[in-house]
Write a protein of this length. Structure first.
Length: 754
């Protein structure tokens, strides 16, 4: 939201009141209480008829400083995000002139007097600050707002703010943190996160779950502005200096991504949305994948597994699925997991609507009646997840489905949450609009974890807010069948990765429309080199042989088989990247700057990414097969061909439909499993350590592999002169090779490449 008319003037209807000076400071042991005067106080009379802003600075965790700004403090404390705070020995000092709060290497400094200047420093380097006309109270014709502006340095680039489909670098953008069902080709997003990090080595979380308006070098080109309605504002500055470190500290506060089950990394195949399907259709698809040698781990039933107008009643449509328990058992007998679509809405025709409405399980209007709408399902109400009894009721229906054989749920929607409603908890409906999805996905994730076990819990979620990364996997929403939409889909996923989300997927081929054959094949290659991979569409099937009947070497079947098998072999590598996401918040699919933060060529790259730490992937976004990408310095190796490629430059290549740039980083040790069909296997059996030594004379890498019994086995790979030597406590059954080279089998726990 913009409040100014150029640099000098306020917009019509806006009365700004800015912090002008630090009037006084109270330094307690672990915090600073600051009174910011909104006019310069030269004599006693200047203290009359003027607002003050009260700031409280403390340290909720190491290397984190929280700033809470309040105008009038007599109101109810608003809902905020759940944060995991850690007792930090912060040090607050004030000598009458300078006030300092220290949290590890991070400092907040204020100088008494004018002009207003709150600065954040780390190890003697100024990160950012709030200066003249930055912190203010905006009284407007449409309400009161508190806004803050933090300065941007020369060349500083801003990332994050959730899933955003425009350029990865947010500089120059206006961003509204407000969950919407707007598809991938608009400024709206399903997953809005009021957190950003910058190339300067810090992050900022605005701890406000309602609408937050960001102006990122847009209204004031030298600053990032964020504003919220009301009388208070809270934000946290999180130190790096590396972007991975910022994400580590941010996810320590808001929650780590859960560790997803091994089988979830395999191929997911869907019925699609409005297509006709029955058990016969499903069996045809599943058997057809097996007959054609295309790996398949999960089958997904979309909306019409339930009867129309009845979503959600959690009951199989008996007209097409007369024996759901038997059908699910038959799928399990083929080693296929089952996912079914759900949403948090109960249609009026559902047999559950009257029960839920009478029991108070649905959101209400101010007059006590149940809120209803015809948007999506006729007369539907929204489950009130702030009501513990409603949560238990909803989870009970999910338990019944899991007892029938369902393994996972696609938690669709959660964005269309009205604000003219009453929640059971009494929470502010404006602040619950974005938080609703957190309650929804937690309820579903928790019941799967309870029934199936912590290591088997996974959802396929569309909406999220800060902290939603705890309930993976998330997919990118409703894209379209075009190269343009394929590229915007990737941008959304990379932006989400900058927001603490470790796992991500998208609809291969595009959701709306029907992809042409070449687009489908190129999207398949991209999709199989994503953290999670799903074929899904709206009005047409995404089964490879129905998209492309050509079953020759360059047909869609061959492409799906090639990259599906490659992903299955990459499972031990992807699982290790997933553990890193779980432990530190580093996403499996990584924007280039996460791995190369000091390379000046990478800050704006959003058409390529790192899959884990060691694989660079550049999807092909053109019908002609042309792709342009940047390769950082070093001797890289093409994973598909074994060819050595020198980096430190841009490359322009043309690829056939069964190819794309996939390059192994210098010094990488890539664990490849022998199983080409499934990601959930004993990865130690037939393991190959694929090594790209690069040009370094001496290096050493350690690789951890979890065997079929859940035991971690450690491999050490190092360069000794002209040889690459790998050792392990496992005597044999594994080997080592270079990209494109022959495999050398281990003997006595040792293998050598000469």
């Amino acid at each position: 939201m913009k409040f100014t008319d150029g640099f000098w003037l306020p917009r019509k209807g806006v009365e700004p009141t800015y912090a002008r000076e630090v009037y006084d400071v109270e330094a307690r042991q672990d915090r600073l209480i600051v009174t910011a005067a909104t006019r310069v106080v030269n004599h006693r009379g200047d203290t009359l008829n003027a607002a003050v802003l009260t700031l409280t600075l403390d340290a909720p965790a190491p290397e984190v400083i929280r700033v809470r700004v309040a105008h009038h403090t007599g109101g109810r404390e608003p809902e905020r995000f759940e944060l995991t705070t850690k007792e930090e020995e912060a040090e607050a000092t004030y000598d009458g002139t300078t006030a300092v709060l220290r949290s590890g290497s991070l400092e907040a400094r204020l100088e008494r007097g004018t002009p207003w200047n709150l600065a954040f420093w780390q190890n003697g380097k100024r990160l950012t600050g709030s200066g003249h006309r930055s912190l203010g109270l905006m009284r407007t014709a449409w309400g009161t707002f508190v806004h803050e502006q933090l300065e941007l340095g020369v060349g500083e680039v801003v990332y994050g703010l959730g899933e955003r489909f425009g350029p990865l670098a947010k500089n120059g953008q206006s961003v509204e943190i407000w969950n919407e069902d707007g598809g991938t080709s608009s400024e709206q997003a399903y997953k809005n996160i009021p957190f950003y990090l910058t190339s300067r080595g810090y992050g900022v979380l605005v701890n406000e779950p309602g609408r937050v308006s960001f102006e990122v070098g847009s209204e004031a080109v030298e600053r990032v502005q964020f504003s919220v309605a009301g009388e208070s504002l809270e934000y946290l500055v999180i130190a790096g200096p590396e972007p991975k470190t910022v994400l580590d500290r941010y996810t320590a506060l808001t929650g780590r991504p859960a560790q997803v089950p091994d089988w979830s990394y395999g191929t997911w195949l869907s019925t699609s949305f409005t297509t006709d399907y029955s058990e016969e259709t499903v069996s045809h698809f599943v058997d057809g994948m097996a007959e054609r040698g295309i790996p398949l781990s999960v089958f997904h039933f979309d909306c019409f597994w339930m009867r129309e107008f009845s979503w959600c009643d959690f009951t199989w449509d008996p007209r097409v699925f007369p024996d759901p328990v038997g059908m699910l058992k038959r799928l399990h007998d083929k080693d296929i997991r089952v996912c079914v679509w759900i949403n948090p809405y109960i249609g009026q025709r559902s047999v559950l609507f009257d029960e839920a409405s009478a029991a108070g399980y649905l959101l209400k209007r101010a007059d006590g009646s149940t809120f209803q709408t015809d948007q999506w399902q006729a007369g539907m109400g929204l489950v009130d997840f702030t009501n513990p009894e409603a949560v238990a009721w909803y989870q009970g229906h999910l338990r019944r489905l899991m007892a029938e054989g369902v393994d996972a749920f696609k938690t669709d929607f959660g964005e269309r949450v009205p604000t003219d409603v009453v929640h059971h908890s009494g929470a502010d409906p404006e602040r619950m609009h974005n938080l609703y999805t957190q309650f929804y996905n937690r309820a579903v994730f928790d019941v799967i974890k309870e029934v199936r076990g912590e290591d088997q819990a996974v959802v396929f979620a569309r909406s999220a807010t800060a902290g939603g990364q705890q309930f993976p996997v998330h997919w990118g929403g409703d894209n379209t069948a075009s190269y343009i939409s394929m590229a915007e889909t990737l941008r959304g996923g990379l932006s989400l990765g900058f927001s603490g989300f470790g796992f991500w997927s998208h609809d291969i081929g595009g959701f709306e429309g029907s992809p042409d054959v070449d687009l489908f094949k190129r999207w398949t290659a991209f999709g199989m080199l994503s953290s999670h991979s799903r074929f899904h569409g709206s009005s047409s099937y995404r089964v490879p042989w129905l998209v492309d009947p050509d079953e020759g070497p360059l047909g869609a079947v061959a492409v799906a088989r090639k990259f599906g098998r490659l992903k299955a072999r990459l499972a031990p590598y992807l699982l290790a990247a997933g553990r890193q996401a779980h432990e530190h918040g580093t996403p499996v699919m990584r924007p280039m700057i996460l791995e190369f933060p000091h390379d000046p060529a990478v800050p704006y790259l959003d058409r390529q990414y790192m899959l884990g730490a060691d694989l660079l992937v550049a999807p092909v976004f053109s019908a002609e097969g042309e792709v342009e990408f940047y390769l950082p310095e070093g001797s890289w190796a093409n994973l598909l061909t074994g060819e050595s490629v020198e980096g430190g430059r841009w490359l322009r290549e043309t690829h056939a439909v069964d190819s794309l740039p996939v390059l192994v980083r210098p010094g990488a040790v890539l664990p490849l499993g022998a199983n080409q069909e499934r990601p959930d296997s004993d990865h130690l059996a037939g393991l190959t350590l694929l090594v790209n030594p690069g040009a370094a004379d001496d290096w050493e890498r350690q690789v951890d592999i979890v065997d079929g019994h859940g035991t971690t086995v450690v491999f050490t790979v190092r360069r000794e002169g002209g040889e690459v030597v790998a050792t392990s406590g496992v005597a044999d059954g594994w080997g080592i090779s270079r990209p494109g080279g022959e495999r050398v089998a281990a003997e006595g726990g040792r293998a050598v490449l000469r």
